[in-house]
Design a protein around this ligand. Structure first.
Ligand code: SAM
Ligand code: SF4
Length: 327
């Protein structure tokens, strides 16, 4: 079987695709209130270009695609794109990360088009706090998006970024979603990227300690399948779903990293922290062949850094905000 390897022997089989740098929210740790400098319309990859990149990468060994953004559901024709990717041989899984606010009206069509799962970001269950964090009065829409996705039989995970300044007191309540519903709740350590530098995250160790205080001993799962990504999952007695802890800061998982990222303007990014990567849009628009595109991608993947060093200053430090990368 064909596989894409970096120079440290890691198999790269997971592509995160940012569909847009637009978002209807302004989460404090992700996007400045005034927004970000938008990519010009003509510089955004078209659906055909996106599909071509995924098709070429599938021939090289990419097996899972995650659609993200900005908010992926504000991109026009997202359903058509999911359908297109579903038809690409070699892609085993299509996932999406969404803020959930528009999910209610899209989830049926997304499922029919072939989306396998959706991760929904949810940092608070308090309406006022939701407005403070995201800048939008949309908690009800997000909750109804979560319910619609569950009703349609979609695999749903909740992503929460615990931040001392915003939602520390709500962690146990958010975790209880996994008690009530058949879905995993994952807590992601805040990363000091872009606006994330302005706030204080909560470590996974502290979270686990707090959750165990409240819900009893969590049983760590032995091993997660590669596609499940970097979360360490725990089972709590009486819970229908699992609790996942994603710890990029306290427990680096770079040695198991399988992912690369494509920005909305067609820049292939190799590591979240560093800006280093390669532009795929220009060669495609100049008319390069699939073989030439593969050559460029293979060369870039060989340059994937061994690990991040977040928290330290680096010359090659990423200047994009998280909303421009896709998480
Ligand atoms: N708009 C979608 C959403 O919110 O799910 C997708 C894009 S968003 C950039 C993807 C994920 O990145 C979200 O779960 C968000 O909470 C997370 N994120 C954004 N900034 C972060 C940071 N500084 N540290 C950790 N996670 C972050
Ligand atoms: Fe938008 Fe997602 Fe960033 Fe919030 S986390 S501002 S919803 S892209």
């Amino acid at each position: 079987m064909i596989s894409l390897k970096d120079s440290f022997g890691r198999t790269i089989d997971y592509l995160r695709v940012s569909l847009t740098d637009k978002c209807n929210f302004r989460c404090r740790y992700c996007m400045p209130r005034e927004g970000v400098k938008r990519v010009e319309h003509g510089e955004i990859l078209t659906l055909e270009e996106l599909e071509r990149i995924v098709r070429v990468m599938a021939q090289m060994g990419i097996r899972k695609v995650r659609l993200t953004g900005g908010e992926p559901l504000v991109r026009k024709n997202v359903i058509k794109l999911v359908e297109g990717i579903r038809g690409i041989a070699g892609i085993d899984e299509i996932a999406m990360t969404s803020n959930g606010s528009l999910l209610g009206s899209y989830v049926g069509a997304l499922k029919e088009a072939g989306l396998d799962s959706v991760n929904i970001s949810l940092d608070t269950l308090n309406r006022e706090n939701f407005i403070r964090i995201t800048g939008q009065d949309a908690l009800e829409d997000v909750l109804s998006g979560i319910h619609s996705a569950l009703e349609k039989g979609m695999t749903v995970k909740i992503n929460c970024v615990p931040v001392k300044e915003w939602n520390s007191c709500e962690i146990e309540k958010i975790a209880a979603f996994a008690k009530e519903y058949p879905m995993d709740v994952r807590f992601i350590e805040l990363m000091p990227i872009g606006c994330g530098k302005d706030y204080t995250g909560i470590s996974s160790n502290e979270l686990l300690w707090r959750l165990e205080e409240r819900y009893g001993k969590g049983i760590a799962e032995e091993k997660t399948p590669a596609f499940e990504g970097p979360a360490q999952y725990y089972r709590f007695d009486g819970f229908r779903g699992r609790i996942g802890l994603i710890s990029p800061m306290s427990h680096k998982f770079c040695k198991d990293c399988r992912r690369i990222r494509l920005t909305v303007e067609g820049y292939l990014k190799l590591c979240l922290q560093y800006s280093y990567g390669v532009d795929l849009r220009k060669p495609m628009r100049r008319g390069c062949t699939d073989e030439e595109l593969m050559h460029i991608i293979r060369g870039a993947v060989k340059e994937k850094p061994e690990e991040h060093d977040m928290g330290e200053e680096h010359a090659d430090e990423e200047q994009r905000k998280m909303v421009q990368i896709g998480g």
